[in-house]
Structure formats: C-alpha cells, structure tokens
Design a binder for this molecule. Structure first.
Ligand SMILES: Nc1ncnc2c1ncn2[C@@H]1O[C@H](COP(=O)(O)OP(=O)(O)OP(=O)(O)O)[C@@H](O)[C@H]1O
Ligand SMILES: [Mg+2]
Length: 231
C-alpha cells in the first residue's frame, strides 16, 4: 500500500534520514521504533508532505505522492495524527472534529468508537485529560476516513491506563479496515501491537522484521528499555 524507497530528509545541514526504504501492506500495523532524534517523525512527515524530502520515492497504492502538497496527500487517503496531539484548547471536542472534516454532518461513528469523546463533545479541548486529547487527535485524523493512518507517539506522556486504552484501540482500528504506521518509543507495547517493525538509528534502518522477532531480541529490548526509563 505504502512504499518508501531511498528516502532522504534534510533540514539545512542536518540530515535526518539517509536513504530509508520500507513498506506497509494493506491491513498491517507496522511499528517504526527508535530513540529520540532517530528520524521517526521526519519519515512520517515526509510521507504526509510535511517534511523536506531531499531524494527518494514514496508511492501510495502505486502512485507517487512525494512532492505533492500535504492536502492532496491527505485527500488520497493518508492521515497524520501528530506527535503532541495538537488539540485546539479553545475549541470544543466537536469543533475540533468539524475543523478536520468540514463537510461532515455527524460524528456519531467516531463517538461510538470513542464514547468518552461523545460524552465530552461540548467540552473545550483544554479541559481534556491527556488520554482524551490523544483520542481526539486520533478521531480528528479519522474524520476524513483515511485508509492509512500515520500515528506519531500516541502514548507519549500518558498515564498507564490511558496508554493501555490507546494500544487496545489499534486492533479495533485495523478491524475497521485501517492500515497503520505507528511511531513509538514505547518499544515493547508497540512491538506487541504490530505485525512488523523497523528500527531506526540515526536516520537509517538498523533492523527490520516481524514484530515478534524484534521483541525476542534481548539486545534490542534491553537497550531501548533503558532509554525509555531514562526518558
Ligand atoms: N524542523 C527541523 N529543523 C531542523 N532539524 C530538525 C527538524 N526536525 C527534526 N530535526 C532533526 O532531525 C533529526 C530527526 O528528528 P525527528 O524529529 O525525525 O526524530 P524522532 O525520531 O521523531 O525523535 P523524537 O523521538 O524525539 O520524536 C534530529 O536530529 C532533529 O533534531
Ligand atoms: Mg518524533
């Protein structure tokens, strides 16, 4: 469904990605893991048309999307749920959703998936808990019915029960036909949720394979668990 070939991203003199290739097949949950600054967000931003690609190819359903403006990429069915959630605090939950999908009349299906958001539809974004704000960020990304969801660090900074709720949601989304590229620093949870995974180190892919195989590799788990605890 998504094919990335030799993708490079640079911010002026800083090279964030040095020729990355990966693929996401329809119906998969693919995890992209790695330490702070490894280039995870740069990769999904480049796919979404939001980071400066210096070279390479990105095709979605066989068509090149690299270089298209982000709104056209979103229209083809790729949605980004950004790191940090970016919920608008002065607007209500429903207003946040309307802004993402102005043509929509009803958000009932999203409230069914996220009952907590339904209960808080008229509450301001600023009053939401971290877990609720993350749910809203995901609901907003889903509001235009994408086929591929780029999900950047959904568990970051959340309380343990909210983290569990986010990871429990992923298979439900997949059951609804969504394909997911999940960026996470929460290595163990991400690998448990994913079918396959790529480990990024300093802008390159250091390991790839079935999520189970990476989860079974003690060197990876020990190294990155240590980093998680320091963070
Ligand atoms: N807008 C930018 N301008 C300059 N450098 C940037 C910019 N965004 C990212 N970088 C640099 O690119 C590299 C990769 O950053 P990126 O945000 O993609 O990493 P990440 O894996 O998502 O990290 P994190 O876990 O902290 O979110 C880092 O060295 C970072 O400092
Ligand atoms: Mg990031």
């Amino acid at each position: 469904m998504l094919e990335v070939r030799d993708l490079s991203v640079s911010y002026g003199p800083v090279q964030a990605l040095a020729g990355i290739s990966l693929e996401v097949r329809e119906g998969e949950i693919v995890a992209l893991i790695g330490a702070n600054g490894a280039g995870k967000s740069s990769l999904i931003h480049a796919v979404a048309g939001l980071a400066p690609a210096a070279g390479g190819k990105v095709s979605f359903r066989g068509e090149e999307v690299l270089g298209l403006p982000s709104h056209r990429i979103f229209r083809r069915g790729i949605a980004l749920c950004p790191e940090g959630r970016m919920v608008l605090g002065g607007l209500t939950v429903e207003e946040n959703l309307k802004l993402a999908a102005p043509g929509r009349r009803s958000f009932a299906d999203l409230y069914e998936l996220f009952p907590r958001l339904g209960a808080r539809a008229s509450s301001r974004g600023a009053s939401l808990s971290g877990g609720e704000a993350q749910m809203l960020a995901i609901a907003r990304a889903l509001a235009r019915e994408p086929e591929l969801l780029l999900l950047d660090e959904p568990s970051l900074g959340l309380a343990p029960n909210a983290v569990q709720a986010i990871f429990a949601l992923l298979p439900q989304l997949r059951d609804r036909g969504l394909t997911i590229l999940l960026v996470e620093q929460n290595l163990v949870q991400a690998l448990r949720a994913a079918d396959r995974a790529y480990l990024l180190e300093s802008g390159r892919i250091a390991r790839q394979g079935p999520a189970e195989a990476l989860l079974g590799d003690e060197r990876i788990v020990e190294r990155y668990l240590g980093l998680e605890q320091e963070a």
